[in-house]
Design a protein around this ligand. Sequence first.
Ligand SMILES: Nc1nc2c(ncn2[C@@H]2O[C@H](COP(=O)(O)OP(=O)(O)OP(=O)(O)O)[C@@H](O)[C@H]2O)c(=O)[nH]1
Ligand SMILES: [Mg+2]
Length: 319
Amino acid sequence: MGFFSGLKNLFSKNKDADSYLSGLKKTRSSFLEKLKKFSLGFSGVDEAFLEELLIILLESDVGITTATKIINELESRCHKLNIKNYADTIDCLIAIIREIYGENVNLNDQDDFTIILMIGVNGAGKTTTTAKLAYKYKNEGRKVLLAAADTFRAGAVKQLAIWAEKIGVDCIEGNDNEDPSSVIVKAIREAKAHGHNMLIIDSAGRLQNKVNLMNELSKMNKVIYKEANKEADEVLLLIDATTGQNGISQAQLFNESCKISGIVLSKLDGSSKGGIIIAIKDILQVPVKLIGLGEKKEDLKQFDIDAYLYSIFDGIINE
Ligand SMILES: Nc1nc2c(ncn2[C@@H]2O[C@H](COP(=O)(O)OP(=O)(O)OP(=O)(O)O)[C@@H](O)[C@H]2O)c(=O)[nH]1
Ligand SMILES: [Mg+2]
């Protein structure tokens, strides 16, 4: 059984299969379009093929370091295994990408009082994802409290408060220009007083190169530690999938001021360049834990590398 057949088998049992297929439609058709020309007149894994494949990987935001690693491994493996036809070459390519990514890592959300902090640049999807997570955990029977700690952007607190009302969860609303750390303190005290077992903190958008704003993040982390006697269970960095390679430097710089535990890749439905997932994991060793596949509250899915690869490569190999 080829590697891709194994993925297909796993995919048929995945409850999010339809969402993956429709959410990754753009990435898939862009990939199919580009790889299609290889299937006709394929003459083996030669220099011209590898060069063109490298370009396709770069165009999909895999990044030069990771793309080169994939290409080198493909060349040596196809040579070693004497792979000569198109289908086996693509099968081998998918297996290599899967190996480079590694295993799926679930959200660390089992604590009796779970704290999740959302961070990221402006407009990346923090507030929407906070709401989507609140919806998910409410459905799982958790008592959810949201902390609207974006006191910086006008209307940001209201935006989350409206979501909270729609979903039916509690929300601590910061006042305009209030220190976000003070909103966090209030929220942790509220959660402890009223038995909330899931606190999700939405924070203001910040550029990764603005030192003061990045320092504010470390302060927020310290306050969490002081009030809750533990670090946040998850510090999730939101990256907009349409951002491109800048997402890598965002992840690098955010990780320096505030240890990130996972990435949420938002707006994957609007992007044809899902390759950034592989690059981030390979370069920073930070796993992608969630993906955003739309604007609605149910459009957040747990990231699954097998489902992701299947959805991107579906239709490329005729089995
Ligand atoms: N298509 C699509 N749109 C999304 C997704 N996630 C967020 N959005 C949209 O992206 C826009 C920005 O989302 P927000 O959640 O407000 O982003 P933010 O990071 O909180 O923004 P700031 O608070 O301004 O920094 C909104 O219009 C969302 O509806 C997604 O997965 N898919
Ligand atoms: Mg926001």
